[in-house]
Design a protein around this ligand. Structure first.
Ligand code: DX5
Ligand code: ZN
Length: 231
């Protein structure tokens, strides 16, 4: 994995297996299979039943994952009041933490708090949230996560307008001379991965497409090959 100051985009783009679609009773095995298929960063969806209409997991599961793997843990917080939980995710061993623009009235403070705890801060926008709203905090983030479905569930269809948002973020990055990565999450699979990479994303979350059919290693490898071919 490499990244240079002039070309911040990762080559090859990274496929981030999302454990939301994994068998939670066999998480360590599922993560190991995705790693054998070439996954280096595991996407962990944290849902509270308030910000999104679903409940998943919290810091104790992240701590267990931390013991089971050395891979980077990318925690996507779909929760209200995320500041209250950031220290617990740091203690659990999270590496990257992203918070939703829509959940953070003091987004600047939330991002600084994540960095203060030694983690890489990311900001997430829902499908209805415009990229322009992020301009003032872009210098603070390691990654911007574009939701290409409404958050809460795996296995939904990719929203095509997300491609324009990815392009816009890539243009802004060049214009402002910044280095953030562009992550995309929701509906990424064999049919959509090429267009997402061509639009400028370098972190590609895939849940159902990796873990859905019970062949995580093979699925991850195939997606990574497609993503690399799209550059
Ligand atoms: C949805 C989550 C995603 C989810 C994506 O709210 O943020 O990370 O796992 O699932 P797929 O890849 O199946 O659309
Ligand atoms: Zn996610």
């Amino acid at each position: 994995m490499s990244s240079t100051p002039t070309t911040p985009r990762l080559y090859p783009p990274q496929v981030l297996p999302s454990i939301l679609s994994a068998d939670f009773a066999r998480l360590a095995e599922e993560v190991a299979a995705a790693e054998r298929g070439g996954g280096h960063i595991i996407h962990v969806d944290v849902m509270d039943g308030h910000f999104v209409p679903n409940i998943t997991l919290g810091p104790p599961v992240v701590a267990s994952l931390r013991k089971a793997t050395k891979l980077t843990l990318d925690c996507h917080l779909m929760i209200e009041h995320p500041d209250e939980f950031i220290p617990a995710f740091a203690d659990a061993g999270a590496n990257w933490v992203s918070v939703h623009y829509e959940a953070c009235p003091h987004l600047h403070r939330s991002l600084e708090l994540i960095a203060h705890h030694g983690m890489q801060p990311g900001v997430v926008i829902n499908p209805a949230t415009r990229v322009n709203l992020l301009v003032d905090i872009l210098p603070l983030v390691h990654h911007v996560l574009v939701m290409s479905v409404n958050p809460g569930f795996g296995g939904q269809s990719f929203i095509p307008h997300s491609l324009q948002k990815i392009r816009h973020l890539a243009e802004l990055r060049a214009e402002l001379g910044l280095k953030y990565h562009i992550e995309v999450d929701g509906g990424i699979g064999k049919e959509t991965i090429t267009s997402v990479v061509q639009a400028g994303a370098d972190l590609l979350v895939a849940g159902n497409a990796v873990f859905g059919g019970g062949q995580a290693e093979k699925n991850a490898r195939e997606l990574i090959t497609l993503a690399a071919a799209a550059c």
